[in-house]
Design a protein around this ligand. Sequence first.
Ligand SMILES: C[S@@+](CC[C@H](N)C(=O)[O-])C[C@H]1O[C@@H](n2cnc3c(N)ncnc32)[C@H](O)[C@@H]1O
Length: 506
Amino acid sequence: MNLFHRIIWRPFGFSRILLKVEHWISTESKPLIPPTQKLRTPTLLLVGQRKHFSTMPEVETYQRDPELFSPPSSVRGMTELDRTAFTKTVIIPVLKVRKEIVNQLMRSLKRAALQRPGIKRVIEDPEDEDGRLIMLDPYKMFSSDSFEKAELNLLKQLDVNPQITKYNLELTYENFKSEEVLKAVLPEGQDVTSGFSRIGHIAHLNLRDHQLPFKHLIGQVTIDKNPGITSAVNKINNIDNTYRNFQMEVLSGEENMMTKVRENNYNYEFDFSKVYWNPRLSTEHSRITELLRPGDVLFDVFAGVGPFVIPAAKKNCTVFANDLNPESHKWLVHNCKLNKVDQKVKVYNLDGKDFLQGPVREELVRQLEPLSKERKHSVHVVMNLPAKAVEFLGAFKSLLDGPLCRSEHLPIVHCYSFSKDARPAEDVQQQAGAVLGVSLETCSSVHLVRNVAPNKEMLCITFQIPASVLYKNQARNRENHEEPPLKRQKTEKAFPEEKIQVASDI
Ligand SMILES: C[S@@+](CC[C@H](N)C(=O)[O-])C[C@H]1O[C@@H](n2cnc3c(N)ncnc32)[C@H](O)[C@@H]1O
């Protein structure tokens, strides 16, 4: 076998890297990927004549090397990221073409072209300033026979020789995908998936135990491979503190947790280390917002930094928003100003029960004027604190006194809860009904928000608060006359038939 090497220094992808072309004159069987070491010490070699560029007729046997685009095996076990250790050389098939037909050809060769992060698919032909080399996918393109009929026809039409040449291409850290880097580093056979939630510039990871020895490296790779991410944090406990914010460790990048996010077209700013924010709730925030109509009144008992509040106020609802966390309260006020709805929102920093029994009660007295026929708008109460909100439903018991409002004006509650039950919808109806002392089975709808963990669902139960619960005199009557526990309120109009609905996008 006669082997020619050539060295070309050219910008290639992200870096100026060494590129070498090998020309095989013989068709003798040869591995597609020769030992890397051989290529590490480049020598300036003869430039073969054009006619000596060989095809790759025999490479079928090597075509499926699964490690072709894997980083070198020497990176296994690395805990501190050394980007230079990822450099390796692979042989790539290329097609030599005239530069003026490149655009026309590329449109038809998409299938056959190489797709790698940071690798240009067309490079200059070092031998011919009017020529270009098209990088081909080594898993699909082995010889001229690998072209499809239509591709071959086009090549013929454009007078291109379909013979494939080999190129030694140096891959660097930039050319590997995140999963490829992590798969090469973490112990073999272990799950490397490190999905994350994005909160502005922050990647919020939830690493498993076996990934912890590599946590700083995983954080840095996440930053490197995701444009706009400049900080990677890992959750270090489950959210069980009062304010539902995560305890987190900065794995890599900026310590600054002050961030800006955009959700459903509105802007929010906050310190992610001090407040609750979950990008997975965006669909739920918009689902509730869609139920509201201009003029409606919304009480948000556990408002966080405002993802229900801002869209509702933008929809011209009157909003009363509350959060116990002083930091959430601060950012809630800020976000109302930021989105120019501060005139439509009253913000409180109270415990949920005090909010319900204070400002909510006062406003309900005003809103639920008895027998007022003119009132067209509805009153909604959102309670998104799934671990505890159901307990707060007790605050509605006998909250109002005096004459009853019209039944269609009774406030509509959207209360969130978790369930580990095999029948989560029924479970939540039962939980809420038990606190209120009524059955909600036929007068509520339950929406499955998302699967939080294996066998743990987050749900939202929606119902109108029965007058027998909300009004003191009704409760008294019920006790005195031993009436049935609940004159059931129908919610069919606002919440048609759904018993349980799966949010497929979260
Ligand atoms: C799960 S977060 C929901 C925040 C926001 N509604 C959202 O959808 O992103 C619950 C919020 O309730 C607040 N909170 C926790 N306990 C509270 C209480 N007893 N009274 C009022 N707010 C409380 C927390 O500070 C947190 O912001």
